[in-house]
Write a protein that binds this ligand. Structure first.
Ligand code: ADP
Ligand code: MG
Length: 356
């Protein structure tokens, strides 16, 4: 059975005359031990979804299950999950050890057991030597790790983390991403991680649900979502995408958008001839050069507008003859330098199966 499942879960907030549908019919099954992310722009309903799993918010419709049990009407303190927020709200006057011990003591856990478990948790988050410090004596990243220890110490079967690293600067955030992943592997429990940062979700997750306007647009592994975005929204939200638009010529294997004079983009589509469709290709899949590419490839012509040399890679922005801007990422593995100069006329090409 899934650790967490949502079946047709929806939430509409009513304030006076106004009503806002924050979540509309979400179905999800999160497996035990999974590192699962909810990814989407601000306001898409991520926090509301998590609050319904934790029990802080009652769904307008649908069922929430934990380990198969219907908990839709069960209060938060009787659900076997814990939640960590961006603001970690530690007790400033209490030592780190007492902050972590707080929940266990309130539940009446015996003193020796509390000591043992607190020490174990502080080891896990690598703060064993800070037990007697006060929160104010620790850095932001260390305080967030205390919050994590506090959430894990009563051994929930799942931990919900709502943008927990949002307050940290980039370097620390990246270090903490790997740290969280290590901790999750060590404790082996289900983590549901909420973020609006696609890089963060791609780095950490076993699977990602991409949310938009209260609904899940795509569910898959990081590679599936990056390589095969299901919708234009997902393609635009995850990574950089080039999107070409035009009418379909031909059907089946021969379907393509034809721009004339040997320029065409192969597509896989069920659309009828003449329908306008979008075709997406990632910048790292596009090759750039002066020689005419094989006609079996998708190929366009254009003029280089911008060249940005980044050391390990060069990024080109190319204006095509059809008015579309194409971004190309070139790895500089060969050390041959830039393949084109600003203002140069170039061919762009990619394998037919590299666009979607
Ligand atoms: P996210 O976490 O993805 O940024 P939220 O779940 O916080 O999104 O919010 C989703 C939508 O629901 C937003 O339009 C937000 O303004 C609205 N919303 C969230 N909480 C409340 C509330 N308590 N009352 C009214 N509207 C709310
Ligand atoms: Mg939120």
């Amino acid at each position: 059975v899934p650790a967490i499942s949502l079946e047709g879960v929806a939430k509409t907030y009513r304030t006076g005359q106004e009503s806002v549908t924050a979540v509309s019919g979400v179905d999800l099954a999160i497996e035990p031990g999974e590192f699962f992310s909810l990814l989407g722009p601000s306001g898409c309903g991520k926090t509301t979804t998590m609050r319904m799993v934790a029990g802080f918010e009652e769904p307008t419709a649908g069922t929430v299950r934990l380990a198969g049990r219907d908990v839709t009407d069960v209060p938060p303190n009787r659900r076997d999950v814990n939640m960590v927020f961006q603001s970690y709200a530690l007790f400033p006057h209490m030592s780190i050890a007492n902050n972590v011990a707080f929940g266990l003591r309130r539940k009446g856990v015996a003193d020796g057991e509390v000591k043992r478990r607190v020490a174990e948790m502080l080891e896990l988050v690598e703060l064993g030597d800070r037990a007697k410090h006060k929160p104010g004596q620790l850095s932001g990243g260390q305080q967030q790790r205390v919050a994590l220890a506090r959430a894990l110490v009563n051994r929930p079967s799942a931990l919900l983390l709502d943008e927990p690293l949002g307050a940290l600067d980039l370097k620390l955030r990246q270090a903490m991403q790997l740290e969280l992943k290590r901790i999750q592997r060590e404790v082996g429990i289900t983590f549901v991680y909420v973020t609006h940062d696609q890089g963060e979700a791609l780095t950490m997750s076993d699977r990602i649900a991409v949310m938009n306007k209260g609904a899940v647009e795509q569910l898959g592994t990081p590679a599936e979502i990056y390589e095969r975005p299901a919708t234009r929204f997902v393609a635009g939200f995850i990574g950089t995408s080039n999107i070409l638009t035009g009418p379909v010529t031909g059907t089946g294997e021969r379907a393509r958008i034809d721009f004339g004079e040997g320029r065409h983009v192969h597509v896989r589509t069920d659309a009828a001839e003449g329908d306008r469709i979008d075709v997406t290709v990632r910048p790292e899949k596009v090759h750039l050069g002066s020689a005419e590419p094989d006609a079996e490839l998708s190929r366009l012509r254009g003029t280089v507008r911008e060249v940005v040399y980044l050391g390990s890679a060069t990024h080109y922005t190319v204006d095509t003859a059809d008015g579309t801007e194409i971004v190309v990422f070139q790895q500089n593995a060969s050390g041959a330098g830039n393949l084109a100069e600003r203002g140069g006329d170039v061919w762009l090409s990619w394998r037919p199966d590299h666009s979607y």
